[in-house]
Design a protein around this ligand. Structure first.
Ligand SMILES: C[S@@+](CC[C@H](N)C(=O)[O-])C[C@H]1O[C@@H](n2cnc3c(N)ncnc32)[C@H](O)[C@@H]1O
Length: 229
């Protein structure tokens, strides 16, 4: 417990890139950078949510995807965000309060170890490299998905295109402003999903520097993967 409090005091649970931003944005709970909007919408569309579905938003941050997820699952559905930073989770909860959503909750926890209640119809990992690129986080979260649940990840990647290569050093630099445990950015950050997710498809954006991947959960494959290591 003391150790946990020390971490909170030293900000260790908030990524360096977010430390100042999180306070700056606190008065604006519905803020979301506009250039990201179409990609969020596309990511949520790919989740193929139905009314009444339960969806997990892992690494939910301040909840930028919540409005689209809430819309897609309707009042009978449920949105569960997981966020490791207590400071960022405050912003997500402010968004929930401001919008009076009754079917959205944020769990302040580490996706690598969180224990969840029940199973989910879909998993979103939007700009959450600590999760989609982490075998440990995937091993913990995927067993909470129903068979055939949809899985979507969005993030940044190194570009092989001439037009995008110039941005690679900037991306590497930005990654240094994340947790020291964040998997390094590479050309295929979704690789840990490849063995675990069925019919995984990928699409590049912004000169090959960003990606969306999507596919379906195959429980037998994932559990088999876990059993064989
Ligand atoms: C770049 S932000 C993206 C936030 C949000 N998904 C969005 O679209 O705005 C990544 C978030 O993942 C959170 N995060 C990092 N590692 C995590 C972990 N192991 N478990 C849960 N959340 C994590 C960070 O604190 C941060 O808020």
């Amino acid at each position: 417990m003391r150790e946990e409090l020390d971490k909170l005091e030293t900000n260790e649970l908030t990524p360096p890139y977010a430390r100042y931003l999180v306070h700056l944005l606190r008065p604006f709970p519905n803020f979301d950078p506009s250039f990201i909007k179409p990609l969020r919408q596309k990511a949520v569309q790919l989740l193929q949510l139905q009314s009444g579905d339960r969806v997990l938003d892992a690494g939910c941050g301040p909840g930028g995807s919540f409005p689209y997820l809430v819309d897609a699952v309707g009042p009978a559905g449920e949105v569960v965000g997981i966020e490791i930073s207590p400071e960022i989770a405050i912003n997500a909860r402010r968004r929930i309060d401001k919008n009076r959503w009754k079917n959205v909750q944020v769990i302040f926890a580490d996706a690598r170890t969180v224990e969840l209640r029940g199973r989910f119809d879909a998993l979103l990992m939007f700009a959450a490299a600590d999760i989609y690129a982490s075998s440990q986080a995937l091993a913990n979260l995927l067993p909470y998905l129903k068979d055939d649940a949809r899985v979507v990840a969005f993030g940044a990647k190194l570009s092989r295109r001439r037009s995008g290569k110039v941005l690679n050093p900037i991306l590497r630099l930005l990654w240094k402003l994340s947790f020291s445990s964040t998997p390094a950015v590479n050309y295929e950050p979704w690789a840990p999903l490849k063995d675990r997710i069925h019919e995984l498809q990928a699409q590049e954006y912004f000169f090959g520097c960003m990606f969306l991947v999507w596919g379906k959960m195959n429980l037998a494959e994932t559990l088999g993967f876990a059993a064989s290591g």
